[in-house]
Design a protein. Structure first.
Length: 319
C-alpha cells in the first residue's frame, strides 16, 4: 500500500512539472523555492533624476502619481548608489547585485550574471520569460556577462534602442509601447525597463524639458502599474520596483546637467515598490539600503539562489 501511495504522489508531481502554463514555471520547477505571492518582477529604471526634483521637491509636484500610489507601496527615503554613478554601471549593479566600474558606452559586459540570467538557468524557462527593454541601446549588455560559465548562456531577450546595441537611443514613448506589447504577447516573469528621457534632457541642459520628462515618467509608472493590474498573468501577483541608475550633481557641484561623482546628488536615488508581498503606505528611513540590494530582493521574491550577489534583501519592505 505504501509503494502504491508513493507512486501516486510521484505521478502527480511529474504531471504538475510537465505543465505548459507559463505562469506556473516558477512555482513548479523543483530547483526553485517560491515562498512569496510574487510570481513576476518588473524593475523600471527612471534614468538620472535628482531626488531633489522627485521625492524631495517641496510639494512633490513632479511625481503626483507616485505620491498617490504610495498608499499601495513602500518608499525608501535614504536609498543610495554606492558605486559608479553612471548609466551602465548603475543598471549593472541593480541587475547583478555587484558594483563594477564597467565602461559606460555599451562596449563592456558586466562581470557577473544578472538576476535574469540566474533565474533563467535555475528555472529552465524560455528566454522570452525575461526581458531587457531599454530606450538606451547600450543597455543591451545587461543580457550577458564576462564570467566564463555564464557568458553567452541563459540570456534574456532584449529590445534596446532603435534596433540593438550601437543603433542609437529611442524615445521613451516607444519603449512604453514595446513593453506593453511584450507583456501581452509573452507574459515575462522578469522585466527590466529603462526610460532615458530625464537623463537626456539633463545632459542637453534643458531644465524645463528635464522637469517635464520627470512628470512624464511619473505618469508612465502609473501606466505600467495599471497595465499590470489589467492582465490576468500579472494582476495581484506582480511586484513593480522603481529606481534610478544615478542622480545628478548638486547645484554646488555643477548642477543638474551632469553626474558621475560621489556627491550626494549623484548618490541619492529612489526606491519605490508595490507588490503582493510588500507593505503599503510605508516610508522607510533606516536600514542603509543601496542599489545592489535590488538584485538580491528580486532573487528573494522569485526563489533564485543569490550566488554572486553582494547586496542584502530589503526585508524592511516586506509584510
Amino acid at each position: 500500500m505504501k509503494k502504491i501511495f508513493l507512486y501516486f504522489i510521484l505521478s502527480l508531481s511529474v504531471f504538475s512539472c510537465g505543465s505548459n502554463d507559463s505562469e506556473a514555471q516558477v512555482v513548479t520547477n523543483p530547483k526553485v523555492e517560491n515562498k512569496y505571492q510574487t510570481k513576476n518582477v518588473v524593475l523600471l529604471v527612471v534614468d538620472g533624476p535628482r531626488i531633489s526634483e522627485t521625492w524631495e521637491a517641496p510639494n512633490k509636484e513632479n511625481i503626483p502619481n507616485r505620491v498617490s500610489l504610495l498608499s499601495q507601496g513602500v518608499f525608501i527615503s535614504n536609498f543610495k548608489n554606492n558605486g559608479t554613478t553612471n548609466t551602465n554601471p548603475g543598471h549593472s549593479a541593480m541587475c547583478s547585485g555587484v558594483y563594477e566600474n564597467i565602461v559606460n558606452d555599451g562596449t563592456e559586459l558586466p562581470g557577473y550574471p544578472s538576476v535574469m540570467q540566474q533565474w533563467l538557468k535555475f528555472t529552465g524557462a524560455d528566454k522570452t520569460k525575461a526581458w531587457v527593454i531599454a530606450s538606451k541601446d547600450k543597455l543591451e549588455v545587461l543580457n550577458d556577462c564576462k564570467l566564463t560559465d555564464w557568458k553567452g548562456k541563459y540570456q534574456p531577450s532584449v529590445d534596446c534602442g532603435v534596433s540593438g546595441n550601437g543603433s542609437g537611443y529611442r524615445a521613451d514613448a516607444v519603449t512604453m509601447t514595446n513593453t506593453k506589447e511584450i507583456m501581452k504577447k509573452y507574459s515575462p516573469n522578469m522585466i527590466v525597463i529603462n526610460l532615458k528621457d530625464v537623463d537626456s534632457y539633463g545632459h542637453d541642459n534643458k531644465y524645463a524639458e528635464y522637469i517635464q520628462a520627470i512628470k512624464t515618467t511619473d505618469a508612465s509608472i502609473k501606466e505600467i502599474w495599471d497595465y499590470i493590474q489589467s492582465l490576468p498573468a500579472y494582476k495581484d501577483k506582480t511586484t513593480l520596483i522603481v529606481s534610478n541608475d544615478h542622480g545628478r550633481h548638486l547645484d554646488s557641484k555643477g548642477g543638474f546637467r551632469n553626474h558621475g561623482d560621489d556627491c550626494e546628488g549623484c548618490r541619492h536615488i529612489e526606491f519605490f515598490a508595490m507588490g503582493p508581498d510588500f507593505k503599503k503606505n510605508t516610508t522607510i528611513s533606516t536600514g542603509n539600503y543601496e542599489q545592489i540590494d535590488i538584485a538580491s530582493t528580486m532573487a528573494e521574491l522569485l526563489g533564485v539562489p543569490k550566488q554572486y550577489m553582494k547586496g542584502k534583501v530589503i526585508k524592511d519592505a516586506f509584510k
